[in-house]
Design a protein around this ligand. Structure first.
Ligand code: NDP
Length: 476
């Protein structure tokens, strides 16, 4: 049982002002593994004051100094990969193989992407007019991260803030505090000056809201639900902060009859179920050309049946439980909505998989013959639930794909490179995956429409944490 009753403020682990606590749970066994102290507005004030003081000197560091710190952060992260992976498996149920190779590894991949971006960035540019543009760190940044990809999201926010010379206060999801604390230890081990990075645990509406409203915070970067993202924007409005949002998705996967159907359908099913469906960019709407619809449904059924579910502590490519009871109940309600709305249940359904009565496990579920008006076709489920719908031709596919309030990702499966190009150009989404390939670390990640504002990762993600200043060339 871990006791997490300290926050990382001004370079040290300090006692919180607040004494309110909550249990930290293991979703695979529904057993308590820790106790977390939740902060309040006074804790936020302390952290912001430390970050504000640190900004005075850290904002003046040279690019070479910040690159040297990032290289040390790389070594410090590499030394703790196993600890990060074990923590995420215990607190959010990611299977250990995936925790190591993808969840924890993302802390390295994004860091390398930001190091390359910072190296390549010109701090000073001379425009054709002769005017000089410089890039400067934006100030104290408030960072709020979710539980589904905890280190990935922390890395996408903390690293560019520090790379830019900004300082920050991180509020991780209070459901995944173990890996967040390890990340705090990693930053400490890398030798960052006191106050540059601060960590305060707490509930979104308390600590998160205090940060969004704080007048000494210049920028908020948030990842989570659209509901909470809207609240952050409203809270930030009175102090005119920059707000970057990475929110939900209902990403389409367009399967054309000219693709390698067996591979593309089975990979599409696996991609939807990956991380137990708890990914904002998961391909949750499989849109299939009518000419190959029946074959695709047969292949999806086989892939759905083949999907294994099991203990996240065991090695392998199975999926684990959902991360808590609330999420379990949300997913059950959406499966029920699919049944009630008349979709054809191909595989899975309500309840827990056989032999897994204790944790928040769900049955990987696929619905066919789904129509665009059904709730499971429109609302984000955030669980291993795939819907399959038919389209007649390319125009119809694009209309259906874009018929969503979200626009984070879209997936295209075709054997024709010209079609891939044509369709990708017309999809209203921030990231396009083609035949199972997506962009790597260092590429911009973010959404159109209600999937958010701004981009994370690499050069574009770095710019989110910078201000531009312009002046004319010196003359008497
Ligand atoms: P939330 O959006 O509530 O949680 C994400 C983060 O936002 C957490 O750190 C949370 O803190 C914080 N937060 C919540 N309310 C506020 C607020 N008013 N001001 C500032 N910060 C706030 O997601 P849930 O955990 O409730 O999940 C609900 C749904 O959200 C999921 O089913 C899924 O659809 C979506 N989601 C999307 C994610 C993505 O990657 N885009 C990630 C997570 C969820 P706290 O934990 O205290 O609420």
């Amino acid at each position: 049982m871990k006791t997490l009753n300290k926050f990382y403020i001004d370079g040290a682990w300090v006692n919180s002002v607040s004494t309110e606590t909550m249990p930290v749970m293991n979703p695979a066994s529904n057993s308590q593994i820790g106790v977390l102290t939740l902060g309040n507005a006074a804790d936020v004030d302390r952290a912001v004051a430390a970050a504000k003081r640190a900004f005075e000197s850290f904002s003046q560091t040279s690019k070479d100094q910040r690159l040297a710190l990032l290289e040390r952060l790389l070594d410090a992260t590499r030394a703790r990969i196993e600890d990060l992976a074990q923590a995420m498996t215990a607190e959010m149920g990611a299977p250990i193989t995936m925790s190591r190779e993808v969840q924890a590894e993302s802390g390295i991949g994004h860091l390398e992407g930001f190091i390359a971006a910072l190296k390549a960035q010109d701090e000073r540019e001379v425009l054709a007019s002769g005017d000089i543009v410089t890039r400067e760190p934006i100030g104290v940044c408030g960072l709020i991260t979710p539980w589904n990809w905890p280190i990935n999201q922390i890395a996408l926010k903390v690293i560019p803030a520090l790379a830019a010379g900004a300082t920050c206060v991180l509020k991780p999801s209070e459901h995944t505090p173990l890996c967040a604390n390890i990340y705090g230890e990693i930053i400490h081990a890398a030798g960052y000056p006191a106050g540059v990075f601060n960590l305060v645990h707490g509930a979104g509406p308390v600590v998160g809201a205090a940060m969004s409203r704080h007048r000494d915070i210049a920028m908020m970067s948030f990842t989570g639900s659209t509901r909470a993202g809207i609240q952050v924007s409203k809270d930030a409005a009175d102090t005119v902060k920059r707000v970057a949002l990475e929110l939900g998705g209902k990403s389409p996967n367009l399967v054309f009859a000219d693709c390698d159907l067996p591979t593309r359908v089975s990979e599409g099913v696996a991609a939807c179920f990956y991380n137990t469906g708890q990914s904002c960019d998961a391909p949750t709407r499989m849109l299939v050309e009518r000419a190959c619809y029946d074959d695709a449904v047969r292949l999806a059924l086989a892939a759905g049946k083949a999907q294994t579910v099991g203990d996240p502590a065991s090695e392998g490519d199975h999926i684990g439980p959902l991360f808590d009871e609330i999420q379990y109940n949300r997913v059950q309600a959406m499966i029920q909505a699919g049944i009630d709305d008349g979709a054809r249940l191909l595989v899975g359904g309500l309840g827990k998989p056989d032999g897994l009565p204790d944790g928040w496990y769900v049955r990987p579920t696929i619905f066919a013959d789904v129509t665009p008006d059904m709730r499971i076709a429109r609302q984000e489920v955030f669980g291993p639930v795939l819907v399959i719908m038919a389209f007649e031709d390319e125009d119809h596919a694009i209309r259906m794909a874009n018929d969503t309030e979200y626009g984070l990702a879209a997936y295209v499966q075709t054997g024709d490179p010209r079609r891939a190009e044509r369709v990708a150009n017309r999809l209203r989404a921030g990231g396009i995956h083609i035949n199972g390939r997506d962009a790597g670390y260092g590429a911009p990640f973010g959404g159109y429409k209600q999937s958010g504002t701004g981009r994370e990762g690499g050069a574009f993600g770095l710019e989110e944490f910078q201000e531009l200043k312009v002046r004319p060339p010196f003359a008497l």
